[in-house]
Design a protein around this ligand. Structure first.
Ligand code: ZN
Ligand code: ZN
Ligand code: ZN
Ligand code: ZN
Ligand code: ZN
Ligand code: ZN
Ligand code: ZN
Length: 164
């Protein structure tokens, strides 16, 4: 650093001192949104390529290049048009509750778990235990049916199912 620069007397060439390289926020050499001399950017004169300014990398809400849920140009995400492969979106972290790849009780795609129902008992309506007489699975029964009782071997939850 020259002695004059140390004293605060810079050799300004626009926004930059040609001796020490110090910059100031004055007399920039704007080329669109970018100062070609010091690299400062401003929010005008962008060179838009779709949603992205090719000079300063600023993005805008127009002209996205959507590939499903993700803009391939700026990386913006939207919660629509996911590209589902089974239960998972190929472009983002989103999962859905269909298309699971069950490996016994666990989905290998998203990690979701399901009950593993195992038949434990079969009984007719007459034999239904106290407390569950009446309606089962929103179905009121008048006739005599056979009911199967299941228990999940993973978590122990139970359910009854009518067998025609
Ligand atoms: Zn200087
Ligand atoms: Zn500048
Ligand atoms: Zn720009
Ligand atoms: Zn975009
Ligand atoms: Zn997605
Ligand atoms: Zn899954
Ligand atoms: Zn379970």
């Amino acid at each position: 650093m020259g002695i004059l620069c140390k004293l605060g007397i810079h050799q300004w060439d626009g926004c930059k001192c040609s001796r020490c390289g110090k910059t100031r926020d004055k007399r920039h050499s704007w080329d669109g949104c970018l100062c070609t001399r010091c690299g400062k950017t401003r929010d005008e004169g962008h060179s838009w390529d779709g949603c992205l300014c090719t000079r300063c990398r600023k993005t805008r809400e127009e002209g996205h290049s959507w590939d499903g849920c993700t803009c391939v140009r700026c990386g913006k995400w939207r919660d629509e048009n996911h590209i589902w492969i089974g239960c998972k979106c190929a472009r983002c972290w989103r999962t859905r509750d269909e298309g699971h790849s069950w490996n016994a009780c666990k989905c290998t795609g998203c990690g979701k778990e399901r009950h593993i129902w195992e038949l434990t008992e079969t009984y007719t309506m007459d034999e239904l235990p106290e407390g569950i007489q009446g309606c089962l699975e929103n179905m009121c029964f008048i006739e005599e049916h056979v009911y199967d009782k299941y228990k999940c071997s993973r978590c122990g939850e139970t359910m009854e199912k009518r067998r025609e």
